[in-house]
Design a protein around this ligand. Structure first.
Ligand code: DQA
Length: 146
């Protein structure tokens, strides 16, 4: 089964962006980790990053029929975007929400996630490992892999 791993705004800057919050791992590192972890558990992944809300929505729409599920770090759009929430609800693909940081331990405006209401679950706070945990959760939900 194929999974789309989507990263939203500012995540292209990982590695140099607020390393005290997000660590030194780069987006390329995370995408590589997702690819190798997916292979170990019997999934394949496609990765995509955009700073644009509409491009993320287009990618979610395009995943219907081509992917079995979604792993999404929507960045700050997590907390603001009804449109991304609606896109996920519309395609009816099992979706795991991920965050590098523990959004619940940060500023109050990061505690609300629109995405959480349409995701099968949320993983936050484990840095790059949040993504491999999300892939494990999605594989278990889909009943595929090792
Ligand atoms: C983030 C948390 C968001 O609040 C923030 O806007 C991000 C990154 C995370 O992965 O911890 O851009 O999604």
């Amino acid at each position: 089964s194929s999974v789309l791993v989507l990263n939203g705004p500012n995540l292209n800057l990982l590695g140099t962006r607020q390393p005290e919050v997000y660590g030194s791992v780069t987006l390329a590192d995370i995408e590589g980790l997702c690819r190798s972890h997916a292979a170990q558990i019997g999934l394949t992944v496609e990765t995509m990053q955009s700073n644009h809300e509409g491009a993320l929505i287009d990618a979610i729409h395009a995943a219907r029929g081509t992917h079995a599920g979604l792993v999404i770090n929507a960045g700050a759009y997590t907390h603001t975007s009804i449109a991304i929430m609606d896109a996920v609800a519309s395609v009816e693909l099992p979706t795991v929400e991920v965050h590098l940081s523990n959004i619940h331990a940060r500023e109050p405006f990061r505690h609300r996630s629109y995405l959480a209401s349409v995701a099968i679950g949320q993983i936050a706070g484990f840095g790059a490992t949040s993504y491999t945990l999300a892939l494990d959760a999605l594989a278990a939900h889909l009943g595929v892999g090792a």
